[in-house]
Structures are given as structure tokens and as C-alpha cells.
Design a protein around this ligand. Structure first.
Ligand code: ADP
Ligand code: MG
Length: 211
């Protein structure tokens, strides 16, 4: 059986995995984490509940430079519920990393509070497409240092009609970046999004889950 220790993650992350009782990586984690640690773009497909958050979360957290207060990783999610949930999971995974700040921006939050919090930008920002474009349009959010971006629940992002917002957010990111997409299903629209936003992606499909 595969072990998280084979994945060459920072000791702080291995410690939180132990604290969380994540004893072994799920299939999508076992395949996606090494590819992401190598810096590749990844398009990953696995069913709901198969551990996709940690599959992108562990490599992202591994690469954060906590000496810098810049948005280095951006996770785009379709709903505020998911924004809250992903932030919580990443906070748990990153709890042993000092000076790590993870924020979630979404509709229903006071915009002014989010803007004020950007005086000390988080290294990891999770956001819904509409709220992220609000910040970009009002020039309150600087994504010029964002080196890793995740489109989480790609199928749902498109079902909910966020194509334009996604294009705008992706368009405001540096060209030199790692782009990651995870989805439970791969309809044509998601394949087109992958073709437009990812560079030479590795496609990973995990069919079963062992959680
Ligand atoms: P998905 O995004 O694929 O729907 P999640 O990332 O939300 O799935 O994970 C589902 C649940 O499984 C979460 O509660 C998460 O904490 C847990 N989990 C993820 N990876 C592992 C693991 N390797 N071992 C045990 N539990 C895990
Ligand atoms: Mg998920």
C-alpha cells in the first residue's frame, strides 16, 4: 500500500496528515500529488468524496513561501459552501506551517472586509468566480504573484455559467504558472476549458476510492 511518506512532502504536512488520521493516500492523491510536485499541469477526474481537495492542497501548501505576503495560490470554486469547506480542509492540512494565511472570498461576505484583509494578503486564496472578478474590476486584488491556480469542480463551474468570469480571472494571472483542474465528470465543456487554460496537462482519472 502506498504511503504519504513516499510523496516527498514537507515534514509539517506529513505531521498534519498523521494528526488527521489520513493513513494512506487515496488513488487520486497517489497519482496527482507527484505530478503536481513536479510542477506539471494536471487535469484530474475522480468521483465526489475521493479526496480531491488534499490531492491539490498538499502540493500547493508544499510550494508556498511563507516569508512572502502575496497571493501565491488561487483556488476557484463554484459555491460559497465549497469555499468555506476547502478553506477548512486546507487550514487543517496546513496547521503546522508557520505564518501561513488562507482566506476565502465569496458573495455574502462583506466586500469591504475582504478588501481591508488584503492589506496583509493571504498566500492561499479560495474564491468564487463572481467575487474574484469583483475584486479584479475594483483593482483590490493583486494576482501577479500567483503561480498556482486550481479550478475545483470544473463541471459545476461551467454548469453554473461561470465561463466568462473564469476567463477573466485566468487572464489576469501570470503566463508562467501551474494550472490544475479537478472535476467529478469530464463533459465536452470541461475538456474545452482544460484545452484553453492548461499547458500540456497530465490527465489523471481515478476510478475507485479507498477512503
Ligand atoms: P472530493 O473533493 O473528491 O469530493 P474531499 O477532498 O472533500 O473529496 O474529501 C472527502 C473527505 O475525505 C474529506 O472529509 C477529507 O477530509 C477526507 N480525506 C481526504 N483524503 C483522505 C485520506 N487520504 N485519508 C482519509 N480521509 C481522507
Ligand atoms: Mg472537492
Amino acid at each position: 500500500m502506498a504511503s504519504f511518506k513516499d510523496l516527498a512532502l514537507k515534514p509539517e504536512l506529513l505531521q498534519s496528515l498523521q494528526d488527521l488520521n489520513f493513513t494512506a493516500p487515496t488513488p487520486i492523491q497517489e497519482s496527482a500529488v507527484p505530478a503536481l510536485l513536479q510542477g506539471q499541469d494536471v487535469a484530474g477526474q475522480a468521483e465526489t468524496g475521493s479526496g480531491k481537495t488534499a490531492a491539490f492542497g498538499l502540493p500547493i501548501l508544499h510550494n508556498i513561501d511563507t516569508t512572502l505576503q502575496q497571493v501565491q495560490a488561487l483556488v476557484i470554486v463554484p459555491t460559497r459552501e465549497l469555499a468555506v469547506q476547502v478553506r477548512l480542509e486546507l487550514k487543517q492540512l496546513g496547521k503546522n506551517i508557520e505564518n501561513l494565511k488562507i482566506s476565502a472570498f465569496y458573495g455574502g461576505h462583506a466586500f469591504s472586509q475582504e478588501r481591508a484583509s488584503l492589506a496583509h494578503p493571504p498566500q492561499v486564496l479560495i474564491g468564487t468566480p463572481g467575487r474574484l472578478t469583483d475584486h479584479l474590476n475594483r483593482r483590490t486584488l493583486d494576482l501577479t504573484h500567483t503561480k498556482q491556480v486550481v479550478l475545483d469542480e470544473g463541471d459545476k463551474l461551467l454548469e453554473m455559467g461561470f465561463e466568462e468570469e473564469i476567463d477573466q480571472v485566468i487572464g489576469s494571472l501570470p503566463g508562467r504558472r501551474q494550472t490544475i483542474l479537478f472535476s467529478a465528470t469530464m463533459p465536452e465543456g470541461v475538456k474545452a476549458l482544460i484545452a484553453n487554460s492548461l499547458r500540456n496537462p497530465q490527465f489523471i482519472k481515478a476510478t475507485s476510492t479507498t477512503i
